[in-house]
Design a protein around this ligand. Structure first.
Ligand code: SF4
Length: 626
C-alpha cells in the first residue's frame, strides 16, 4: 500500500498515528489502483462536504455514522463532473477526468523504499504545458473571504480579498496579477492574511496543503523519470463551487441544469495556486522526512495531544478515542468557555489549553483557581459543587420581552452542495420542515393538539407549500412572539424565502420581525440588556449556568435541566441525523419512508416542545408569574 495523499496528511499528524495504523511496512512501495484510491478518498470527500455544510463546531457531526453520510457522496461526484465539464471554458487543450471513466492521471515516485502516489482530478494538457486541477466541494467563500474587511458606500461590510479574478475568469493571488497590492490593502497586511493559506489545520489552508502534496509527488515523479524540464510547465489549480451562483430552476430529465446564471456566474470557479504551492514544497519535504522517521521508529507510546488531533472537526483523527480516553466528555478543561484563548495566571503568564492537559490538568476541577481570570470560567468551576448560577433579574427582564401568543418555531434544512430549486445557491440551507407549537396563553400548550408542522414528503420543490402553511398558522396581525433558539438561522431562512416567493414576502418579513431568541434569556444578548439599562459587563455575562451544560448553551443541554425529557435514545436525535433521514427519502420503500417520516416529525416536535418546557422552567426558576 503506497503512501497516498490522504495517508500522507494523516501520517504527518504525529508519530503515534503511524504506529497505531495497521500499516504493512513491506507493502509501502506497492501500487494502488484508482478504485482502491477512490475508496480511500471517499471518507475524505464526505468530511469535505460536511465541513462546508455545517459549522466546524457542530458536535452532532461527530456522532453520525459514516454509512449514513454516504448518502451525500453522489453530490460530491457530481461536483467533480461539473468541474471537468466546465474546465474547457477556462483552459485549452485536452482533459482527463472523472472517476466514472477510471481514466484519471496518476503520478508516483519511490524514495527510501516507500512509494508516494496521487491521482489527479482533472489533468489538462496544452502542447508542452500541463494544468493540474484538484476539485474540492467547498465554495469560493473559503478563499474570497480572506482579506481586509471594509465598508462599501452603503455601509455594508465586504472583504477586499487577497484573490482577484483575472481577465481569463480564473482567480489569482493579487501578487500574481501584476497589480498594485496597496490599491486593495496594505502590503504587510496582505502577506499576513496570505499566511492563513500555510496553516494546514485551517479549512482554507488544508486544501492548499493537499494540493502542495500533489505537486510534490508530481515533481518528484518527473525528476525520477528525467523530465525535469516539464516541471516549470505545470500550473496548479483548485476548482471549487461558486458561492455567488444562483440556480435558475432549469431541469432536463428531472435533473437540474447548471448553465451560466443570469448574472454571468458559472457554478464552478478555478483558483490558480501555482505560486503558493511552490512555496510549500520545502515544508512538504520536511513532513515527508518526518513521516519516514515515524515509519522507521514505530512508537505506540502515549503522545501529547494537540490541535493536530483536530478534535470537534470533521477531520478529527480516527484514533481520538484512544488518545483522548482520559479526557471526560463533560466538564473537561476544554469545556471552559473561551478555553481556545488559553489561560493566564496572576502574573500574566499564558498557558495553552493543550499544554495544561498534557501536564495532567484535565478536568474542570483540576484547574488551579489562579489560572481562572475570566468570570465565566470561575462560575463554571463553582457550578461543579452544585452551585447553579442564576441572574434572576436579567432572566425576568428577558421574559418580559415575550408577548402572547407565542409561536415556538424551528426549521430543519438540507444544505445541499448543489442547488436543487430555483433561487438557491450552493449549500443553501433549503428548508424542508418546520415545527410550530402555539402557546396561546402563558403555560397553556398541548404537546400534540397545539402542534403544527410541515415536512416535505419527497425531494420535489415543496417550499411554496411549506411557506403557505407557515403563513397560515402564524397570525401576524394580532401580535405575539415567534420564539426560536438561535435566531440568526431562522431569520436568514425567512429572508431567503421572502426573496424567492414575492407573494409571501410581506408576511414572511413580518414573521421575521416577530422573532425573539430564547437564547437571549438562557445565555444573554449584550445589545438587548444594554438597552434595558444593564452595564456592559453584566449585559454580556450569561444569565444561567448549571454544571450539566458543560460549557454549552444549546437547547439540548437545557431541556433535561427543566423537564424529564431528553433527546437521548431518539432514533433521530439531532439536526444532522434529520438532514440525513430526509436525504435518504428517495431510496426508501413505502414502509421505511413512513417510519422515517414519523421519526422526523417526532424529532422536530421535540425541538419546539423543548422551547416551551425551557421557558416554563425558567419562569419557575425565577418565580415569574405572567
Ligand atoms: S489522536 Fe492525536 S495524538 Fe492520537 S494519533 Fe491522533 S493525532 Fe496523534
Amino acid at each position: 500500500m503506497a503512501v497516498t495523499k490522504t495517508n500522507f496528511i494523516n501520517y504527518s499528524r504525529c508519530p503515534r498515528y503511524v504506529a497505531l495504523s495497521d500499516l504493512k511496512k513491506d507493502k509501502l512501495d506497492s501500487i494502488v489502483t484508482l478504485e482502491e484510491y477512490l475508496k480511500e478518498e471517499e471518507e475524505e470527500h464526505i468530511k469535505e462536504l460536511l465541513c462546508s455544510m455545517y459549522d466546524e463546531d457542530n458536535n452532532d457531526l461527530i456522532d453520525v455514522k459514516n454509512e449514513h453520510l454516504e448518502t451525500m457522496l453522489p453530490y460530491y461526484n457530481k461536483v467533480e463532473l461539473l468541474a471537468g465539464f466546465l474546465a474547457p471554458k477556462y483552459f485549452k487543450g485536452t482533459f482527463k477526468y472523472s472517476a466514472k471513466t477510471l481514466s484519471q492521471e496518476s503520478f508516483d515516485f519511490k524514495i527510501n523504499g516507500i512509494r508516494y502516489l496521487c491521482y489527479v482530478d482533472i489533468y489538462n494538457e496544452i502542447d508542452d504545458n500541463f494544468n493540474i486541477i484538484e476539485v474540492k466541494a467547498t465554495t469560493t467563500n473559503k478563499y474570497l473571504k480572506i482579506g481586509k474587511t471594509i465598508r462599501d458606500d452603503l455601509g455594508n461590510k465586504k472583504v477586499n480579498s487577497i484573490f482577484k479574478k483575472g481577465n481569463d475568469g480564473i482567480y489569482y493571488l493579487l501578487e500574481d496579477l501584476n497589480i498594485n497590492i496597496n490599491d486593495y490593502m496594505e502590503e504587510d497586511k496582505y502577506y499576513g492574511y496570505r499566511q492563513k493559506l500555510f496553516n494546514k489545520l485551517d479549512p482554507a489552508g488544508h486544501y492548499i496543503y493537499d494540493l502542495a502534496i500533489q505537486r510534490y509527488i508530481i515533481e518528484n515523479d518527473l525528476k525520477q523519470n528525467n523530465m525535469n524540464s516539464k516541471i516549470n510547465n505545470i500550473k496548479y489549480y483548485l476548482a471549487v463551487l461558486n458561492a455567488d451562483y444562483i440556480f435558475d430552476g432549469k431541469y432536463e430529465f428531472d435533473e437540474p441544469v447548471y448553465d451560466t446564471d443570469r448574472f454571468g456566474n458559472d457554478i464552478i470557479c478555478y483558483f490558480d495556486m501555482t505560486s503558493i504551492t511552490k512555496e510549500y514544497l520545502d515544508i512538504i519535504e520536511t513532513s515527508r522526512k518526518k513521516v519516514e522517521m515515524y515509519i522507521r521508529n514505530l512508537k505506540i507510546d502515549k503522545y501529547p495531544i494537540g490541535d493536530f488531533c483536530e478534535n470537534k472537526k470533521t477531520t478529527v483523527c480516527k484514533f481520538k478515542q484512544i488518545c483522548w480516553e482520559h479526557i471526560p466528555k463533560n466538564n473537561s478543561i476544554f469545556n471552559y468557555i473561551d478555553s481556545h484563548h488559553g489561560f493566564k495566571d496572576e502574573n500574566g503568564v499564558k498557558y495553552d489549553t493543550f499544554s495544561l492537559v498534557n501536564k495532567g490538568i484535565v478536568k474542570m476541577e483540576d484547574m488551579p483557581n489562579n489560572y481562572l481570570n475570566r468570570k465565566k470560567n470561575i462560575i463554571q468551576k463553582e457550578s461543579l459543587i452544585n452551585k447553579t448560577y442564576v441572574n434572576k433579574q436579567k432572566i425576568v427582564d428577558g421574559i418580559k420581552q415575550i408577548t402572547y401568543p407565542i409561536y415556538h418555531l424551528d426549521f430543519e434544512t438540507f444544505p445541499c452542495p448543489l442547488p436543487r430549486y430555483k433561487g438557491e445557491k450552493c449549500y443553501t440551507q433549503s428548508v424542508f420542515q418546520f415545527s410550530l407549537h402555539i402557546e396561546k396563553e402563558p403555560n397553556k400548550c398541548d404537546k400534540y393538539k397545539d402542534h403544527y408542522e410541515f415536512l416535505a414528503y419527497n425531494h420535489n420543490d415543496l417550499r411554496e407549500e411549506l411557506v403557505k402553511k407557515l403563513c397560515e398558522y402564524i397570525d401576524t396581525e394580532s401580535g405575539g412572539t415567534v420564539l426560536v433558539y438561535n435566531d440568526a438561522f431562522e431569520k436568514t431562512r425567512l429572508k431567503e424565502l421572502a426573496e424567492i416567493f414575492p407573494n409571501y414576502k410581506d408576511k414572511l418579513l413580518k414573521i421575521k420581525n416577530m422573532i425573539f431568541d430564547l437564547m437571549n434569556i438562557t445565555k444573554t444578548k449584550s445589545s438587548l440588556y444594554e438597552n434595558l439599562g444593564y452595564d456592559k459587563e453584566e449585559a454580556k455575562m450569561f444569565n444561567y449556568y448549571h454544571k450539566d451544560q458543560s460549557g454549552s448553551f444549546s437547547i439540548k443541554k437545557f431541556l433535561p435541566l427543566f423537564s424529564n425529557l431528553t433527546y437521548k435514545g431518539m432514533e433521530i436525535g439531532n439536526g444532522v441525523e434529520a438532514m440525513i433521514a430526509y436525504a435518504t427519502f428517495p431510496k426508501l420503500n413505502k414502509r421505511e419512508f413512513k417510519h422515517k417520516y414519523q421519526k422526523l416529525i417526532e424529532y422536530c416536535r421535540q425541538d419546539t416542545w423543548a422551547m416551551y418546557e425551557v421557558l416554563k422552567g425558567l419562569k419557575k426558576e425565577v418565580d415569574y408569574h405572567d
